[in-house]
Every structure is written in structure tokens, then in C-alpha cells.
Design a protein around this ligand. Structure first.
Ligand code: GLA
Length: 663
């Protein structure tokens, strides 16, 4: 199969994108002039504007005032800064909520929420749905030809869920589409359990607060429905924009880590990967996450890469310093934002963008970090921003290059949601921390991996990990991958339920034949309990008694004599591993695989990632996250320091190099 040519996702921007959210409407005009001067000093070439400006553009019913936005767009143009123009639909103003009270979201308990913050809308309310299309259409009509316009930014971080009657009506329609009739719905939801059979569509409501734990299949479908409804909103705005502005890329900023947004981003990725679309993501590090602190950047990037399917993607937001809503107090150490920003670029981002350009003087985010903090240009933060801007210029030639990963970790958001549904056997078998733990273990060994979806073509990855994949309908795609020569590693309690969260007969269900293992009984462990294995390692949180049905037993439990813990099986030209517990030391397990880093022996925390152009030009990013200097045995030219790089060149602690390689 010939790979599709890599798309230029930000053709309107020269080189890599560098800038952030810019809210000049919060400032008097004289500050705007200073902003442009500082942007030039920092090398900013793009600003995301109009994210939260509904109230100024459309201050009342039928009233449209574009004067201020015209000025902002002209200001950017005069300063040589391109605009990532947002549609401002993420925050309806009070007049709108008052005029259309049914657009305010309803909580699971049934009460309607008030306005006074942001994202106060019900995704299912026709008045809101119509208003956002009108807004997008008017903006696109007006600014399609503006010379500052580089790209469109629809909404902002879609995540709102609502439980109102309008939501109920849309949910019923979505379910009819999915199941055809009530028999189909009752089957899928297993409503004979607790006598929940539906006899009329009108009886089907959102999963509002009820007296007991609700039906898990029902809860799961509501999450699917919510994700689809938000995606429909995005697409409705994108279509309205494309009518007037067919040649500019359109995006929306995804919140890639965790599950806060409740969106199935692999599903969203399909719609964000077409012509004139791009994957852009927001990422805020979790400061007190000691196990996986440094690899967090690589993890967010791995998922972004997975969503972009081989195309570059864009880091739309990060924080230049402490994020106030993280509890504050977690300042980035000197050099950290440089290393982290470069980390995203190393892993395929076509630039480094921030929330936000200038710190707000008021509002909830008045203490959130910014490229220009309250302390202005003499701050360490701004000085580092200037340094980064210079690096971004030096790196212009990497635009359009991509990262090839040696491995993939499988993530299915629906399976994560399945885990979140009521009635799980163990609350310690959470998927995301486990995925990140495997990712961190690979990162520490110098293995670059993507986060991929279990149903996609995985043949480009020599090794695929499925540490936590509770819900899997069938093994067809994974079998194809293994038989074709891949190595698949499956973690415990995977493949056990179908798409409706019904338990497959014959544990471990969908994967039983492929693994050649029969699980007899699950043994959920206490939080601090460990089980000893006969290779000297241990497992935590979970164990299983299991018997071979063709797989070879590699490691057994000491605590459950005669019971296997780790199985291995050759299938077709590939192989599959099954772990019936969560190994406490992933390294020992990874030693069993044929997965070598390019530079064996690099100290843990010295990260290397390569970006390659289709014509073969390649760039080795070297990020030294440690406090000791390191040597990277490569040859070429360091684009950051603009000096030659030889195999004996040292990379000082807490610094980076980007080596244009001579190969
Ligand atoms: C999110 C939002 C921004 C801002 C930042 C920082 O990513 O998109 O508007 O709130 O977080 O908190």
C-alpha cells in the first residue's frame, strides 16, 4: 500500500506555528501595540483570537458588531502575525441564555444550571445549534478573504453534557437509529435485569440521578451519544465555515489526556483528518504525578499522533508556567517549558502554542500562566518564550516531517467508558493510569510509541500493547495483526465484554481463541496486595486462575500453585502474550520482547525522537531531561545551537538539540 502523502496542515503559516490564545478585547488599545511589539520580539507568527468574544460580536438578538474584531485582524496583519480565528461559540453570553433558557444545561439531578461562567449550553438545544451555525457562517463570510486568516478554530474544548428533555428527544432518535426498534434496545441494554424493559420510546430518558446504580449499557450509550452530539455541533460549524472559506484548514482543540471531555477522539479524529482539517490538542501537565511526569508530554503527543494517522498535528494550548486550576504553586523550573515545548515538536507537532499570550488581569484565569506574565518581558517565562521563538524559526525546515513509532499502545475510549460504568469488580483496574504506566516504561527504555485504536490497521507497528481493553467485540483485527507477523501483548481483564458491556461467554471472551488461554476465575486484589510470581517479580491489583488452551506457560504464580500468570503463543507469523496480572515491574516483562531502542545505553531521561520527511531528510531530537550531561552518538548539524554535532558532542543537562542528520 502506498502511503498517502503527508498533508501540510497549516499551509497559511510560514514554518512552525508559534503563539497562543490572544484576548486583546480584555485590554485598552495602547496595550495592543505593545502586544505586537512583544510578539515580534518573541517570533510569534500566529495568534488564536475570538475564542470567547460572542458578547462583543453579537451583543444582542440580531445585533452584529464586527468593528473590534476587524481591528484585531488588521492589527495582526500589520504585525505579520497570522490568525487562528475562533468562532466564539464556546461561551454564549447572558443575553442569549436569558432569551433561550432552554439552552442552559440541566444537571443529572434535574435542575437547570445558571449562567455566569462558560460553556453554558445544551448541545441538544435547537436554539443553540442554530445560533452557532449562524455565528460561524457570518464570521466565515466576513473574514474568509482577510489576509491575516490562516485557519479556523471551532468552539473550544467541546465537553458539555446535558440531561434535559431536549437531550432526551435527541437521545431517543439516536437510539432508534442504532437499534431500529425497542426490542433491539432492550436486548442491547439487557433490560430484563432489574425489570427495566422499555415499552415506549418516550420512556427512555438520559441517565439522570436515580435511586440506585443505573444500567451500565444505558450509561455507556449516553456517553457515545454525547460524543456524537458534540461532534455534530463541531461539524455543523465547520460546514458553515467551509461554504465561505473552502481553502482554509479547520480545527477544534481536543483535550487529549484523560477522560474529562467524554469524547471518543478516535471517532472525532476521522472527521478532523480530512482535507482542510487538522488535529489540534491542548495539554496541561499534571504536576504532582511523580511516576509519569516527564513522559506526559510524549504520552499526549503519542495520542495526538495516533489521532492524526501519520499526518502532523498541532499543539494548540499548553501552559508557560503554573496553571492556576491545577492548584497553583507548581512553577515550571528553568528550562522546563523549553524542553517540554520542544518535546511536542519532536513528537510531531507543527509548532508550540499556548494558553495564553498575555496574562488576564481579571476573571477566573487571572493567575493562569501566560507567555507574557503579569511581570512582563523581564520574567524568566518571557525570556524563555523568546528563546523558544528563535528555536521555532531555526526549525522551520522540519515542517511536514513525521515520526515513525516502533510500538503502539491500544486505547478505545468506549472501553474506558465501559470501565467507568457502575458495577465493576475492581476499582483499581483503571485503564488510563495503566496505559500511561506502560507508556512511561517504554519511554524510559527509549521506545517511541503511538496510542492507536484497536480496530485500525496496526501492521506498521512491530509490537502492540493492549494493557487494558475490557470491551472488545471480537478478535478479528487483532488476529489479523498477529497472524501478519505482529507481537501483541494483552493485559488482564481484556476482551471480557462486548460493545454493549455484556460479558462474553467463555472468559476471557473475545480473546480466548487468539490467546489460547481459558480464564477460570478472576481474583481482584486489595489495593496494597501483591502476588508473587515464580520469575521473582510480582503482580498487583488483579490475578486470574487460568489454564492453557494452546499457549505456553512462561511464568506462574507462587501464591496460587500450579496457576499460570504469563502466557505466550505463536500465531501465524506473529505472537501473542497474555498477562493475567498487572506486573509491578514492567521492565522485567519488556526484557522478554525484541524491542530495542536506537541508542541503547542512553541514561533514563535522555530522550531521542526522529522526524523524517518523505524524501528521507531526517532530524534527531535529543532532549536531556536529566541533571547530567549526555552524549548522543549521532552526526549532523544542531539546528538549535547552529553548530556541528558529532558522536562525541555532549548535550548539557536540561537542554535540547535538534540534529539535522547526515546519514
Ligand atoms: C483550556 C481552555 C482555555 C483555558 C486553558 C487554561 O485549555 O481551552 O480557554 O481555560 O484551559 O486553563
Amino acid at each position: 500500500m502506498t502511503p498517502k502523502p503527508v498533508r501540510d496542515i497549516i499551509p497559511g503559516i510560514d514554518g512552525l506555528a508559534f503563539g497562543g490564545d490572544y484576548n486583546p478585547e480584555q485590554w485598552p488599545r495602547e496595550v495592543w501595540e505593545e502586544d505586537i511589539a512583544l510578539m515580534r520580539e518573541a517570533g510569534v507568527n500566529v495568534a488564536t483570537v475570538n475564542v470567547f468574544s460572542w458578547a462583543s460580536i453579537n451583543p444582542g438578538p440580531g445585533k452584529w458588531e464586527f468593528g473590534q474584531l476587524d481591528d484585531i485582524m488588521d492589527l495582526l496583519e500589520s504585525g505579520g502575525v497570522k490568525a487562528d480565528l475562533a468562532t466564539s461559540t464556546a461561551s454564549p453570553p447572558p443575553w442569549f441564555s436569558q432569551a433561550h433558557p432552554e439552552t442552559l444545561p440541566v444537571a443529572p439531578e434535574g435542575h437547570r444550571l445558571h449562567y455566569g461562567a462558560r460553556a453554558e449550553y445544551c448541545p441538544h438545544a435547537p436554539a443553540y445549534q442554530e445560533a452557532v451555525v449562524e455565528m460561524a457562517s457570518k464570521l466565515a463570510e466576513r473574514y474568509a478573504g482577510h489576509p491575516a486568516l490562516a485557519m479556523w478554530h471551532v468552539g473550544n474544548e467541546y465537553y458539555r453534557t446535558c440531561f434535559c428533555d431536549l437531550a432526551a428527544a435527541e437521545f431517543q432518535a439516536w437510539l432508534r437509529d442504532r437499534y431500529g426498534d425497542l426490542d433491539g434496545l432492550n436486548d442491547a441494554w439487557g433490560t430484563t435485569f432489574w425489570s427495566q424493559t422499555y415499552t415506549d420510546w418516550e420512556q427512555v430518558l438520559p441517565p439522570r440521578a436515580c435511586a440506585e446504580t443505573p444500567n451500565p449499557s444505558f450509561v455507556l450509550d449516553y456517553r457515545r451519544f454525547g460524543s456524537d452530539a458534540r461532534l455534530k455541533l463541531f461539524n455543523s460549524e465547520a460546514a458553515a465555515i467551509a461554504e465561505h472559506s473552502p481553502d482554509k484548514p479547520i480545527t477544534t482543540n481536543l483535550m487529549v489526556t484523560g477522560n474529562f471531555a467524554g469524547n471518543d477522539y478516535f471517532r472525532w479524529g476521522k472527521d478532523l483528518n480530512g482535507e482542510n482539517r487538522l488535529i489540534s490538542v491542548d495539554h496541561y501537565l499534571v504536576p504532582n504525578d511523580t511516576i509519569t511526569y516527564e513522559p506526559q508530554v510524549a504520552y499526549a503527543a503519542a495520542l495526538s499522533r495516533g489521532l492524526a494517522h501519520g499526518h502532523p498535528w498541532l499543539l494548540m494550548e499548553q501552559s508557560a508556567n503554573a496553571s492556576a486550576w491545577r492548584g497553583g504553586g507548581f512553577a515550571k523550573r528553568t528550562g522546563e517549558q523549553l524542553r517540554h515545548s520542544l518535546g511536542y515538536v519532536a513528537h510531531g507537532s507543527e509548532g508550540a502554542m499556548y494558553f495564553q499570550w498575555r496574562a488576564s488581569r481579571y476573571g477566573t484565569e487571572r493567575w493562569h500562566a501566560a507567555m507574557v506574565p503579569h511581570g512582563g518581558r523581564e520574567t524568566k517565562t518571557f525570556q524563555e518564550v523568546v528563546q523558544l521563538g528563535q528555536w521555532m524559526k531555526n526549525l522551520a525546515e522540519i515542517k511536514g516531517s513525521t515520526v515513525q513509532s516502533q510500538a503502539a499502545i491500544l486505547l478505545d475510549f468506549e472501553s474506558v467508558w465501559a470501565h467507568d460504568t457502575p458495577g465493576q469488580l475492581s476499582s483499581f483496574m483503571t485503564p488510563f493510569p495503566e496505559l500511561r504506566r506502560w507508556h512511561a516504561a517504554l519511554w524510559k527504555r527509549g521506545i517511541t510509541c503511538d496510542i492507536a485504536h484497536p480496530a485500525e490497521d496496526l501492521s506498521r507497528y512491530p509490537v502492540v500493547f493492549a494493557p487494558s481493553l475490557q470491551m472488545l467485540d471480537d478478535d478479528a483485527n487483532l488476529r489479523r495483526y498477529v497472524e501478519g507477523g505482529g507481537t501483541l501483548v494483552v493485559g488482564p481483564f481484556s476482551g471480557v465484554t462486548d460493545r454493549n458491556e455484556h460479558v462474553h461467554p467463555g472468559m476471557p471472551g473475545a480473546l480466548r481463541d487468539l490467546l489460547g488461554v481459558r480464564v477460570v476465575e478472576h481474583v481482584p486484589l486489595r489495593e496494597d496486595e501483591m502476588v508473587a510470581l515464580d520469575d521473582g517479580t510480582s503482580g498487583a491489583f488483579w490475578a486470574e486462575t487460568a489454564a492453557s488452551e494452546g499457549a505456553e506457560v512462561i511464568v506462574s504464580y507462587v501464591d496460587y500453585p500450579g496457576t499460570a500468570a504469563i502466557f505466550h503463543r505463536a500465531v501465524g507469523s506473529g505472537q501473542v502474550w497474555y498477562l493475567t496480572t498487572r506486573p509491578t515491574d514492567l521492565n522485567s516483562f519488556l526484557d522478554r520482547l525484541d524491542l530495542q531502542p536506537e541508542f541503547p545505553g542512553l541514561p533514563e531521561g535522555v530522550e531521542t525522537v526522529r522526524r523524517t520527511h518523505e524524501d528521507g531528510r531526517s532530524y534527531l531530537f535529543a532532549l536531556n531531561h536529566t541533571d547530567k550531561e549526555a552524549t548522543i552518538p549521532a552526526s549532523g548539524h544542531d539546528l538549535l545551537a547552529n553548530t556541528a554535532w558529532t558522536p562525541t558532542t555532549t548535550l548539557p543537562a536540561n537542554t535540547c538539540a535538534v540534529i539535522r542528520e547526515v546519514r
